[in-house]
Design a protein around this ligand. Structure first.
Ligand code: ZN
Length: 451
């Protein structure tokens, strides 16, 4: 398609740019249309995806992407770009590996950036006991409640608010400049430079805070904020945007994945501000201006945000322990890899797929293609235990049992099978999944497998 287009006169300019960049653009368009149609048909959940639009040539931010054939790293720190040639680069840091693609971006402030995609091996941190609930806010970016009973506040630096007066002044100067004049272009760049500074300062701050949270806690719980919905409230919009919650949570998730920690988003309708974290009493209303309140049920005095963080911590732990199968019953003593029957008296009547007592066929296997141990009941996947090979150590990352099979000991079966397998193969493990860690505590014969 691209080759045909290049032959026509109005599209001849396509030959002037790298062909890999064109291929990437076509792929992006393809994905945008697929998302759009999937969203229309309901196949894609979440917010509605709009019809793909062309990007304006006048847009201050422009970019193109090159895959492996389109760029090369030259000795001496120079970067070769197809159809452009060697360019000098000021590197912000060393690349941690071989990049698979490079995106060249021109920001509205007129600077060019190169952004690389590099696969990096996860670097799990040693497990810690502590977990944290995080309440995101505007007066403080985050109020953190920990299982250790401690509390930590993260200030909200409000970079945009602080730069606001300066921005208003430069914007006004911009508005006074004649259209299409050089001075107007210059003034526009000044505004963009200031916005760029705000964005970079905010991002840097988020990186540091996210890393600290992930390093100090095995699991971090956050509320599912309907950020888009909040931003629709115009009085709060600028403050919410300035705090940048969405970007902060994304960073948290990425860092957690890299370091073998967990970020769990608690369901959206948690009334975290209105509920007393000490006794569970729920207040009728809790206007935003109230920063401190006394619970009529138990007379506890609460800081609004810290109380919310405690509720998020408790709700998150409850949700995740269910998902992680930590509430499964004692193991059924199933031998590994063989089919066994579950008798009606060991299975719970509620949610049991075989209330008649018919013998269910279950099997635990190591699905190496998916990097997980799986338990199947009557041919259906009932649960799995995910692992990752990190430099010869098997990190047992996460255990999950399908809701329909909860409470029947499948989590324990998975843990037992995995640990027996590990013992037989004489490899060491890192029990990142709290359920597996607990299982090993209860079954000390498996302690030798822990690195
Ligand atoms: Zn109370």
């Amino acid at each position: 398609m691209i080759t045909d287009a290049k032959r026509t006169e109005p599209r001849a300019w396509l030959s002037e740019v790298a062909s890999v960049a064109l291929v990437q653009s076509v792929q992006d368009a393809h994905r945008a249309y697929r998302n759009f149609f999937d969203s229309l048909s309901g196949k894609r959940r979440g917010r509605r995806v709009g019809r793909p639009r062309f990007k304006s040539r006048k847009d201050g931010r422009q970019s193109f992407r090159l895959t492996r054939n389109g760029f090369r790293l030259r000795p001496g720190g120079r970067l070769f770009l197809a159809k452009i040639g060697d360019v000098a680069v000021r590197w912000s840091r060393d690349l941690p590996g071989e990049p698979s693609s490079a995106t060249i971006i021109r920001e509205p402030d007129g600077r060019y950036y190169a952004s690389f995609v590099v696969e990096i091996a996860p670097t799990p941190l040693p497990p810690v006991e502590r977990e944290a609930g995080v309440d995101l806010g505007i007066t403080r970016l985050a109020t953190i409640a920990c299982t250790a009973g401690t509390r930590r506040d993260v200030v909200n630096p409000q970079y945009l608010a602080r730069a606001h007066r300066k921005l208003v002044r430069t914007r006004r100067a911009l508005a006074r400049k004649a259209r299409d004049s050089n001075n107007r272009a210059k003034a526009r760049r000044t505004v963009a430079v200031q916005h760029g500074k705000v964005a970079r300062a905010r991002r840097d701050f988020h990186h540091k805070q996210a890393l600290r949270l992930v390093r100090d806690n095995q699991a971090v719980y956050v509320e599912n904020l309907d950020i888009a919905g909040m931003v629709r409230n115009r009085r709060l919009a600028r403050a919410v945007h300035d705090a940048g919650w969405g970007g902060f949570v994304q960073l948290l998730k990425r860092k957690a994945e890299r370091h073998g920690r967990t970020v769990h988003v608690v369901s959206r309708w948690l009334p975290s501000s209105k509920t007393c974290s000490a006794c569970g009493h729920r207040m009728e209303s809790m206007p935003l201006k109230i920063r401190q309140w006394t619970c009529p049920g138990c007379l506890s005095v609460h800081d609004r945000d810290h109380n919310a963080a405690l509720n998020i911590l408790a709700a998150g732990r409850a949700e995740r322990s269910n998902a992680c199968g930590a509430q499964v019953r004692p193991p059924l003593g199933v031998a590994q890899g063989v089919e066994t029957g579950s008798t009606p008296d060991t299975a719970q009547p509620c949610g049991n797929p075989h209330p008649s007592g018919r013998r269910a066929r279950q099997m635990v296997t190591n699905n190496e293609a998916e990097s997980r141990y799986e338990v199947h009941v009557d041919g259906k996947l009932a649960g799995f235990l995910e692992y990752r090979d990190v430099a010869g150590v098997l990190a047992l990352v996460h255990t999950e049992v399908d809701e329909a099979y909860a409470g029947q000991g499948f989590g324990a079966q998975l843990a037992k099978y995995a640990l027996d397998d590990v013992l037989a193969r004489d490899v060491k493990i890192s029990p990142l999944c709290p359920f597996v860690a607990k299982y090993i505590d209860k079954h000390p014969e498996y302690r030798v497998t822990v690195r």
